[in-house]
Design a protein around this ligand. Structure first.
Ligand SMILES: [Fe+2]
Length: 307
């Protein structure tokens, strides 16, 4: 255990971990040490961890209990906690864009929106664990943004105002079939504090997402949009709060979904190979804001652990 080491990716966000074999059962002391490191670095990157889905789920359970793969999208039939995401070799527009990636006429990106996983449920997942199965030689990186640094970088006056706000997060495209956990697969909507207080560290994060966050409660539509435009520009534009993870086959990345947002793959139309990743998530709690406001469900139930 004394051999575990953490090499930061940037001064404030992310670390590569060496000296841990995630393919075997982890002693509780190692889990505790990794959890402590996760709270500090927010993103942990492990290389050369070949495992199957069963092991991936066991690892997830060790950190607090695996949920179904997704509140709406079904997991694998043989592993309902695992969400498989494939960028196939026949994705639309690929041939043209790979042949001439700098052409103005082809879309540059596929799936890059900055987001926090599952914020449309009242208790978004606490930790996400993503594993690379098929990875291109170059491309498909994932970006992370440190939401505590995003908050801390704003003026005290603005932070004081943001502390008082709540935001509506929703996803309205339900699946007609029940989810793997047997519950209705949407629609979902939740009201969350715009600034969340981390349940383990007490640190404040600016809880913003370009995907599911619809509006700020109590503001006029133009006010809400202008404020969100500014905050999301800060999220995407402040390079010093970002970390970028380059994938390899059997790379496993674990992030604290309460204190980082992520975006990726950043360049899905610039490489021609398949990219396949498997994801699991650890059950989370409703959020708390600085003034005690707790997340409320507006539509849909909680997203619980499978077992
Ligand atoms: Fe995600």
């Amino acid at each position: 255990m004394s051999d575990i080491s953490f090499r930061p990716l940037t001064p404030i966000t992310g670390a590569e971990v060496t000296g841990v074999d995630l393919t075997a059962d982890l002693p509780s002391t190692v889990v505790a040490r990794l959890r402590e490191a996760l709270l500090r670095h927010k993103v942990l990157v492990f290389r050369n961890q070949p495992m199957d889905d069963e092991r991936h789920v066991a690892l997830t359970d060790a950190f607090g209990g695996a949920t179904a793969a997704h509140p709406i999208v079904k997991g694998l039939p043989e592993a309902p906690a695992v969400l498989r995401t494939v960028l196939s070799e026949d994705r639309p527009g690929l041939k043209e864009s790979v042949a001439n990636p700098l052409s103005a006429s082809v879309p540059r990106r596929i799936r890059t929106e900055w987001h926090i996983d599952s914020t449309f449920v009242v208790n978004p997942t606490s930790i996400t664990i993503l594993r690379g199965l098929e990875i291109p030689e170059a491309g498909g990186d994932t970006l992370f943004a440190n939401l505590e640094a995003l908050y801390a970088g704003l003026s005290p006056s603005l932070r004081g105002y943001l502390d008082t706000l709540q935001a509506i997060h929703s996803r309205h495209n339900p699946s007609p079939q029940p989810n793997s956990d047997g519950k209705p697969a949407g629609p979902f909507a939740a009201l969350h504090p715009l600034v969340s207080v981390h349940p383990e560290t007490g640190e404040r994060s600016l809880y913003v997402s370009t995907v599911f966050l619809q509006s700020i409660r109590g503001l006029k539509p133009r006010e809400s949009q202008a404020l969100l435009d500014f905050l999301l520009d800060e999220l995407a534009g402040r390079d010093e709060i970002h970390a970028r993870v380059r994938w390899e086959k059997d790379t496993l990345v674990m992030w604290d979904n309460r204190s980082v947002a992520h975006a990726g793959p950043v360049d899905g139309l610039m490489f021609g190979e398949e990219r396949i990743v498997h994801r699991t998530t650890v059950v989370g709690d409703a959020l708390s804001g600085p003034h005690g406001f707790g997340s409320r469900s507006l539509m849909g139930g909680r997203f619980e652990a499978l077992t």
